[in-house]
Every structure is written in structure tokens, then in C-alpha cells.
Design a protein around this ligand. Structure first.
Ligand SMILES: [Fe+2]
Ligand SMILES: [Fe+2]
Length: 259
């Protein structure tokens, strides 16, 4: 599939394109460390939130613990700064199977899609570490930007609406990331550009999978409600992208502190 074909549904799902001012800032050499470190954290967060959904909604404690053990060496590297990142590629696997609770109608579907997603995000996480190593960029802890918080603030507080909203938020974060990688790719050096392009296929599928799950779980009788929530999050997301933002990150809005 060509890049344009891959991006077409994403461009129509998103209400706006990434502003040029953000791209201009993101391609500056001096901002490469912040872009890569933030990207690294986004990959881990993507794995963590997918895992949270499986643990909260569809499995028992034993399966939940199997999942947590999978993530643990990746989290230890970032939060405790312990372990050798080079060993992580071999650790990206589930050691036991994860089984949905018997009463969950969507459990298997959510597990199948989210386990694949986690595996891919952790692989991306490793690939970003490889690139940082090549470019001599050292990890340092950074604060999260307003983006994910701004979306999650809109999530309903009661079920099943909260789950549907979280899945829609997942779809927006994946779709925007995909759009931004495609926007950056032509402006960075070949090694990094090729990496960004290689991410598009899986990030586009992640966006699709989140959306499919939201619709599946809501069921056909709630289809209109899901469409309304998608429209709502589209507005909120576009506002986060197009409004001024003084904290430059991978998912930030229009940069205001340009130097
Ligand atoms: Fe990813
Ligand atoms: Fe993703």
C-alpha cells in the first residue's frame, strides 16, 4: 500500500493537519533530542495504556500479572534507569497466555488487538533507543505535554461510555502520531526518515483497531452515539493542535517560544 493510501483515512479522521509552524520547529537540529525522547516515552505510554485496558476490562489478576511482567523491564529502564537497553529486544514477549474472563463478550477481540499493539509499541520503543544511541542522544526525564491529558479530561466517568471514550482517544493519538511521522519524514535525514515511514503501517493499524473496538463494544444500536463522541474528540484534538502551546513536544500545538 502506498503512503498516500495509508494516510487517506487518517487525514479524514483528523479535523486538521499538523500546523506548518510545528513542523518548522520539529525539524530544527537542536530539537532532535526532545523529539526523540518524547517519541520514546510515547511508545512506552502507548504500550502502558493498551495494557491498562486489558487489565481493567477483560482479564483476571493472574493474566494481569503476566502482562505486567512483560512490561516491567521496559518500565525499569525508564523510571529507575536500570538495565541495559540492548537486552530489551529479547524481552519483548509474553511468557504465558492471557485469557479473558468468561463473561466478557469483547474480551478476546480486545486482547488480540491490544497484545499485538503492545508488542509493536515495545518494538518501536527499542528502535527509538537504537536511533538515540546512533545519534548520541542521552535519555533524560521530561514532563508530558498537555495533549493526552487534554483528551483524557473529556472521557466520561461512567461505563461503558468511559471505555468507548478511551478507545476513541487511543485512535486519535495513534492517528495524529501517524500523520506527524509522515509530515516529518521528508525533512529529516534518511536514517530517521526511513524509520518514520516504517512506523506508518503499524500506527495506521493501531488507529483502526482502536476505532473498530469502540464500535464493536458499543454495538450497532449505539453507532450514532459513537459517531457523536468521535466528532467531539475530533474538535478537542484539533484545538490542541492548532492553539498556541509554549511546551514544545511531539504532540504539542502551535509553538510560541521559537528561537
Ligand atoms: Fe508506536
Ligand atoms: Fe501505535
Amino acid at each position: 500500500m502506498t503512503t498516500e493510501k495509508l494516510l487517506a483515512p487518517i487525514q479524514s479522521f483528523l479535523k486538521c493537519e499538523t500546523p506548518q509552524a510545528w513542523i518548522d520547529e520539529a525539524v530544527k537540529k537542536k530539537n532532535l533530542p526532545i523529539i526523540l525522547i518524547d517519541h520514546l516515552i510515547c511508545e512506552l505510554k502507548a504500550a502502558q495504556s493498551a495494557m491498562f485496558l486489558i487489565r481493567k476490562y477483560v482479564v483476571d489478576k493472574a493474566s494481569g500479572d503476566v502482562l505486567l511482567a512483560w512490561l516491567q523491564p521496559f518500565e525499569t529502564l525508564i523510571y529507575k534507569r536500570e538495565g541495559d537497553w540492548r537486552t530489551l529486544a529479547a524481552k519483548n514477549k509474553l511468557t504465558k497466555s492471557v485469557i479473558p474472563k468468561a463473561d466478557s463478550s469483547y474480551g478476546q477481540s480486545l486482547i488480540d488487538k491490544m497484545v499485538l499493539l503492545i508488542k509493536e509499541e515495545l518494538h518501536h520503543f527499542y528502535q527509538v533507543l537504537e536511533i538515540m544511541d546512533e545519534y548520541g542522544i542521552e535519555y533524560r526525564s521530561i514532563t508530558p505535554c498537555r495533549y493526552a491529558k487534554g483528551l483524557l479530561r473529556q472521557v466520561k466517568t461512567f461505563e461503558p461510555d468511559a471505555l468507548i471514550d478511551k478507545l476513541i482517544v487511543g485512535a486519535y493519538i495513534e492517528a495524529r502520531s501517524c500523520e506527524r511521522f509522515a509530515k516529518l519524514a521528508p525533512h529529516v535525514d534518511k536514517r530517521l526518515g526511513d524509520f518514520y515511514i516504517s512506523l506508518l503501517r503499524s500506527e495506521a493499524r493501531h488507529y483502526q483497531d482502536y476505532l473498530t473496538l469502540a464500535k464493536e463494544i458499543a454495538g450497532p444500536e449505539q453507532a450514532e452515539k459513537v459517531d457523536n463522541r468521535i466528532a467531539h474528540f475530533a474538535e478537542v484534538e484539533a484545538k490542541l493542535m492548532t492553539s498556541p502551546d509554549n511546551d514544545f513536544k511531539f504532540h504539542s500545538g502551535v509553538p510560541t517560544n521559537i528561537s
